[in-house]
Design a protein. Structure first.
Length: 443
């Protein structure tokens, strides 16, 4: 397969992932819009609730990464029996992770909401929302796991079709329950939570049935061996560490920025939201690189595995750099989407330049991080994230803010130094070549 054919295969896998991410992000925005018309307290509560569930998804995400890597590998090695055994075990592990999330959510959601500033009515509304989300979170874990399974087999379209259906159901249910339409009593923010539960249950059910019909799940073939489970654990555990390290570093960095002013913090959130547009293709090609590298290593085609990472990287770099160019040339347009506050706008125009500069290094970090995960190098991705987020970003930001007492602008540039260092380390590790995954005897 030449590079042109390889790029076509990469794009074939990537575009449904992009569509799925747009749809997933869209349903979150729909909840915000629906609740935004019921008052500022429900609007603030749904925003906080979504942030807390994002922090809490580390376990589910870690399991999905480990399963995706192993399914990709066994798909490439044309070993459906081993693939099915690891899938069978991952189904039960989804239940375990879901139960763990129920306990963690029950015990830590309210303290975390209070830490993030929720008070009085907002605090009560956040808990009403999260109580239901965590109680039925197992369905969401199933959605993540089954999505990873389908994508690992090279099928990125089925999850896209399913999320299209569940999004429509989610919006209809949320509209009816939040506003109290068609004779149904209005239950406010709990309506948005029930819409999430219903759509997660529907999505998990549809994908599970499809997986059964395709023979991806077949309990007659038995369960993963201890060696396979150990490998899954070794792949997934560093992902939990990576997500935890990055999430806490971002919270501490935001606290440093907030030390300057609310306007500076608001501009940082604008930066995050602006980058969300370019993150979608970056995340899609990151996952595609993870799948392609895993499948080709399973097929013992190391040369094509290496090229897959590079080609996915070039495509993501091109797309995200184009986004960066629009951030640089049309900063007023991007800022106007999020605010017209006269105190925030000047900061926002500045962070648009930063967003432009960040795009190339973000693309490299994301795609080669995905390629390294596909090769089983999840520990290295965790190490790289720790060095960038904690040693580089927080050290530079603290030094500029508290020692030199400079303005917020150099503090923001600590983000660039962070991502630049991560991109160099990820590319170095990928080019080094010692990352090529080899299959153990797991019979």
């Amino acid at each position: 397969m030449n590079n042109s054919d390889l790029r076509k295969e990469i794009n074939r896998l990537a575009w449904p992932i992009i569509a799925s991410m747009v749809l997933i992000r869209g349903v979150g925005i729909a909840d915000v819009i629906i609740l935004g018309h019921t008052g500022k307290e429900p609007l603030a509560a749904i925003g906080l609730g979504q942030q807390i569930t994002f922090v809490g998804m580390a376990l589910a995400y870690a399991l999905s990464v480990g399963v995706n890597v192993m399914v990709s590998y066994y798909t490439g090695s044309k070993n459906p029996e081993k693939r099915t055994r690891i899938i069978n075990s991952s189904i039960w592990l989804s239940v375990v992770v879901g139960l763990i999330m129920i306990m963690l959510g029950e015990n830590f959601s309210r303290p975390l909401a209070a830490f993030m500033g929720a008070e009085d009515q907002v605090f009560d509304l956040v808990w009403k929302y999260l109580r239901l989300i965590w109680l039925f979170y197992t369905f969401r874990v199933f959605v993540y796991n089954l999505t990873a399974i389908f994508q690992g087999t090279g099928d990125t379209r089925t999850p896209m079709y399913v999320v299209s259906i569940t999004n429509v159901v989610h919006i209809i249910v949320a509209y009816i329950l939040v506003y109290g339409k068609f004779g149904v009593p209005s239950i406010g923010i709990e309506g948005a939570a029930w819409a999430t539960v219903v759509s997660d249950f529907l999505g998990a059910s549809i994908m599970y049935i499809i997986a059964l019909k395709r023979g991806l799940v077949n309990f007659k073939l038995g369960w993963a061996t201890p060696v396979q489970i150990r490998r899954l654990w070794n792949l997934s555990l560093p992902v939990i560490g990576e997500r935890t390290l990055v999430s806490t570093a971002i919270m501490l960095f935001n606290a440093i920025v907030l030390h300057y002013s609310v306007a500076a913090y608001a501009a940082t959130q604008i930066l995050v939201n602006i980058e969300a547009f370019s993150f979608l293709p970056g995340m899609a090609y990151m996952q595609t690189a993870q799948i392609m590298v895993g499948q080709n290593l399973g097929a013992k085609n190391h040369e094509r595995a290496v090229r897959s990472g590079y080609q996915a990287g070039w495509i993501a770099l091109s797309i995200m750099s184009l986004f960066g160019l629009t951030f640089l040339l049309f900063p007023s347009f991007w800022v106007s989407i999020f605010t017209n506050d006269p105190e925030v706008v000047p900061y926002g125009l500045y962070v648009c330049k930063m967003a432009a500069a960040l795009q190339p290094v973000l693309a490299i970090t994301m795609v080669f991080g995905g390629a390294l995960r596909g090769a089983g190098e999840t520990r290295w991705v965790m190490y790289i994230s720790f060095i960038g987020a904690w040693i580089v970003r927080l050290s530079f930001a603290s030094f500029f803010a508290y020692i030199l007492e400079w303005s917020v602008h150099p503090v923001w540039w600590a983000m660039f130094v962070d991502w630049a260092s991560r991109s160099m380390l990820a590319l170095w590790r990928y080019r080094k070549g010692g990352w090529k995954l080899s299959e153990e005897d797991d019979s």
